[in-house]
Design a protein around this ligand. Structure first.
Ligand code: TXA
Ligand code: MG
Length: 322
């Protein structure tokens, strides 16, 4: 694999050529790093599933570089989706819409819908534009593991199996895009992410959340356990009540304040000022460090479930699920 600074001369052009030739390029988006291939080339897409060891029933997001492209790949865009596109594209929002036949079944795991998004990241947009293809891209991590928020994570986790890694530094949002699908005309959030429920509601009024939705999840990727480090995680309300019975070397994922009486140990603080945006940016990288630090358990403090706190807690619960 070659690692190239995304701003170096010719980097995007080389990456785009790899995509056109059926290869795989890891690239930064505003949310997390993606592992991209030509969405119209089934064998290129198959390599993504192979590299990630991702089950074939879990569909991929197709990344586009302009709103005009949406109609090329989606059959119908309802009024609510149109408003969301106007307001949040490009940005950390993914919409699940009826698909056109040009999108191969392997991308959508045989569903008749396709997930589309336009990333708000210069490198990603230029790569998609230059390649002249829609780019299918999951997060660039082995299936089920923590998502990568900088190029070092990608190199460590998947370095052996990708053709090129565009290094664009740390991602700006830190959690994946919010996934919205439609039950008839009703928008339903399938995954909390970079666009908050509050922001969605301001734009389109009431929005359902899959947990409260009567129908079964349409999103096969919504597994209970996901985003998991190798080290077990225990979620606690605060660090005071921890009974430390069996753990010889615990690690701590704190929201604002370090645990008392634990100086010098593996401690990560997500945001000293309690800023949920900053906490989201730091979330996955803090867990990557704790997982690599040799601790035998990670105590993670609960985070207020508003705004981006919902996306963080959704990931933390899945990460803690055994
Ligand atoms: O921020 C992001 O969305 C990142 C960056 C790289 O763009 N990508 C990402 O992809 O998180 P991935 O594959 O890790 O997650 C895609 C999610 C999965 O939960 C999948 O099940 C859901 O989107 N999804 C994809 N296509 C779908 C469809 N047709 N219907 C329902 N859910 C779908
Ligand atoms: Mg993922």
């Amino acid at each position: 694999m070659i690692i190239v600074n995304s701003e170096s001369a010719g980097a995007i052009e080389r990456a785009a050529e790899i995509i056109r030739n059926g290869g795989m390029v890891a690239f930064p988006t505003e949310t997390v790093y993606g592992l991209g291939a030509d969405a119209l080339n089934p064998s290129a897409v198959a390599r993504i599933f192979e590299a990630k060891k991702r089950p074939s029933f879990d569909p991929l997001i197709v990344h586009l570089c302009s709103k005009e492209q949406i109609g090329e790949f989606c059959l119908r865009v309802n009024k609510t989706a149109e408003r969301l596109i106007d307001r949040f594209f490009p940005g950390p929002l993914t919409l699940v819409l009826p698909k056109r036949r040009v999108i191969p079944d392997i991308v959508t795991a045989g569903l008749d819908t396709v997930a589309v998004r336009i990333p708000a990241h210069e490198t990603a947009l230029r790569l998609i534009e230059e390649s002249g293809r829609p780019v299918a891209a999951p997060s660039a991590n082995p299936f089920g593991y923590l998502s990568p928020t900088d190029a070092g994570d990608v190199a460590r986790l998947l370095g052996g199996s990708i053709d090129m890694l565009l290094d664009g530094g740390k991602t700006m949002v830190g959690v994946e895009s919010t996934v919205v699908f439609f039950e008839g005309k009703t928008p339903v959030v399938a995954r909390h992410g970079g666009v908050t429920i509050e922001e969605l509601r301001t734009e389109i009024g009431e929005v359902k959340v899959i947990g409260n939705s009567a129908i079964r999840p349409v999103s096969p990727g919504l597994l209970k356990r996901h985003y998991s480090p190798k080290t077990p995680i225990i979620i606690v309300r605060d660090f005071r009540g921890i009974s430390r019975g069996k753990s010889a070397s615990p690690g701590f994922l704190a929201f604002r304040e370090p645990p008392e009486h634990e100086g010098g140990r593996a401690i990560e603080i997500l945001s000293k000022t309690g800023d949920l945006k900053e906490a989201a940016v730091n979330f996955f990288s803090a867990l990557h460090r704790l997982d690599a630090s040799g601790v035998d358990v990670i105590y993670a403090e609960r985070i207020p479930e508003k705004g981006l706190g919902r996306a963080i807690m959704e990931r933390l619960r899945k990460a803690a699920c055994r």
